[in-house]
Design a protein. Structure first.
Length: 95
C-alpha cells in the first residue's frame, strides 16, 4: 500500500479522550518520530485490519495448512446430539 502521505486526507475523525490518554499518545507519537495524525491513522489502520482479518482472509503457515487439509480430508462423523439439535424447529421462526 502506498504511504499515507501520497493520498489526500479529506475526512475528519474526532474522538474524546482523557488527559491521561492524551499524554500517552503524545509520548508514543514523540517516540515514533511522526505526527499525531500519521500515528493515529497508522495504528488505527492496523487495529482495523486485525479486527477484520478473520472475516476477510484465512492465512496459515505450511504446517498449519497441512494439518487443516488433513482434518478436512477425514470422513465426517455422525454426531447424534448435533443431528437432533439441527432437526429441532428454530425458536426464532414463528410457525
Amino acid at each position: 500500500m502506498p504511504p499515507q502521505a501520497t493520498r489526500r486526507r479529506d475526512k475528519r475523525l474526532e474522538v474524546r479522550i482523557t488527559s491521561e490518554e492524551r499524554v500517552l499518545f503524545d509520548r508514543a507519537v514523540a517516540a515514533s518520530g511522526t505526527d499525531l495524525t500519521d500515528f493515529v491513522v497508522a495504528n488505527l489502520t492496523v487495529a482495523a485490519q486485525r479486527v477484520l482479518a478473520d472475516r476477510t482472509e484465512f492465512v496459515l503457515d505450511d504446517d498449519s495448512l497441512a494439518a487443516w487439509e488433513a482434518v478436512n480430508r477425514r470422513r465426517a462423523r455422525d454426531l447424534p446430539g448435533l443431528r437432533a439439535l439441527m432437526d429441532r424447529p428454530s425458536p426464532f421462526i414463528d410457525e
